[in-house]
Ligand binder design. Structure first.
Ligand SMILES: [Zn+2]
Length: 334
């Protein structure tokens, strides 16, 4: 299958992010109307773009997107289970949006991982009495590198935690190092939707890495991580993924940057990204086994066109950088 529509690349995303940032800093937010409409969006397009947006994705499940970042929250009769507050700017807006849906307090805030660009901004929920939950290594990361905008977790766990409230629940699963060393996936009990952040994003698991040096990722554990994640998807019969990001892409006709719609997508993206990690892991090993010198392995693999027709936004230079890292992994085991 051709992925003409899905040539997701980081440049578009970054350009759009800075466009949004510029739009908001120029207006100081005062120029925004109540639902976050901003005049501009992706450079070179005229597509209206809201800085933030709430979408209902199941009976009592909502997503909140701010810029290109997204979380979800579950509304129950006893209160709200919220996730990643996203940023100091986004947190108070999210709180206002939740108030439009329910007058019940936010009781829990769960963190997907420890990166500031997802978990900052929770103070407003702390102030209304929410308990903050994270995997234990996330708390250790935040203690080692504190950020004044990130609320420290109150409750930590090792490999599994279940947040139960008002007849619904959110399960948190930790499968070891992956995108960082404490990232969890979250499963909503009532809707059986799985929330993924920074591992794979709807609608496509075959996307070029945002950063091919994958400096934040732990490539030595990716195949093992995805083995467990894929098993979870199959055991629980999960069909729908909520993505922690909005995707950028290119218009297939004009080749201009555009936004890909799709807050939720099929769970097959897990299998796709699993396939990508398996392919790049074994390609380096196989090329070394042929007797190719380590320094030549990335070039050989790019010449052979590994995943060239599969990866949306394929970029030979990015693939070469990625394969440098995967070659080091094949040699050192780490
Ligand atoms: Zn991250």
């Amino acid at each position: 299958m051709k992925h003409i529509f899905l040539k997701l690349i980081a440049i578009a995303l970054l350009a759009a992010l800075s466009a949004v940032a510029n739009a908001s800093s120029h207006t100081g937010h005062s120029g925004l109307n109540a639902d976050g409409e901003v005049p501009l969006l992706m450079p070179g397009t005229k597509m209206p773009f809201k800085l933030w947006e709430v979408e209902q994705v199941a009976e009592n499940v909502y997503t909140f997107r701010y810029s290109f970042y997204r979380n979800f929250f579950v509304v129950t009769d006893e209160g709200v289970i919220a996730t990643d507050p996203l940023s100091a700017e986004a947190g108070p807006i999210m709180q206002r949006e939740i108030r439009k849906i329910t007058d019940k307090p936010v009781k829990y805030v769960a963190y997907s991982h420890s990166h500031y660009d997802h978990v900052a901004g929770g103070q407003v929920f702390k102030d209304e009495g929410a308990a903050f939950i994270s995997q234990e290594t996330c708390k250790a990361n935040l203690e080692e590198n504190p950020n004044p905008d990130v609320v420290m977790p109150d409750v930590t766990f090792d490999d599994y935690y279940k947040i139960e409230l008002g007849g619904d629940a959110v399960e948190l699963f930790y499968f070891g190092p992956s995108h960082d060393n404490c990232l969890v996936v979250m499963l909503i009990e009532s809707s059986n939707q799985l929330f993924l952040t920074d591992l794979a994003n709807p609608p496509d698991g075959w996307t070029m890495f945002y950063n091919p040096a994958i400096s934040e990722d732990r490539p030595w554990h990716m195949v093992r991580y995805f083995t467990q994640l894929q098993a979870l998807v199959e055991e629980r019969g999960i069909e729908t993924i909520i993505g922690g990001h909005m995707s950028g892409s290119f218009d297939p006709v004009t080749n201009r940057p555009m936004i890909v719609k799709g807050t939720t997508g099929p769970a097959t993206i897990v299998e796709q990204k699993f396939g990508l990690w398996k392919a790049v892991t074994s390609a380096a090993r196989d090329e070394l086994a042929l007797g190719t010198a380590p320094e030549d392995v990335p070039d050989r693999i790019v010449e052979k066109g590994l995943l060239k027709d599969k990866i949306s936004g394929y970029d030979p230079e990015k693939m070469r950088i990625l394969m440098q890292r995967m070659t080091a992994l094949a040699i050192t085991g780490e």
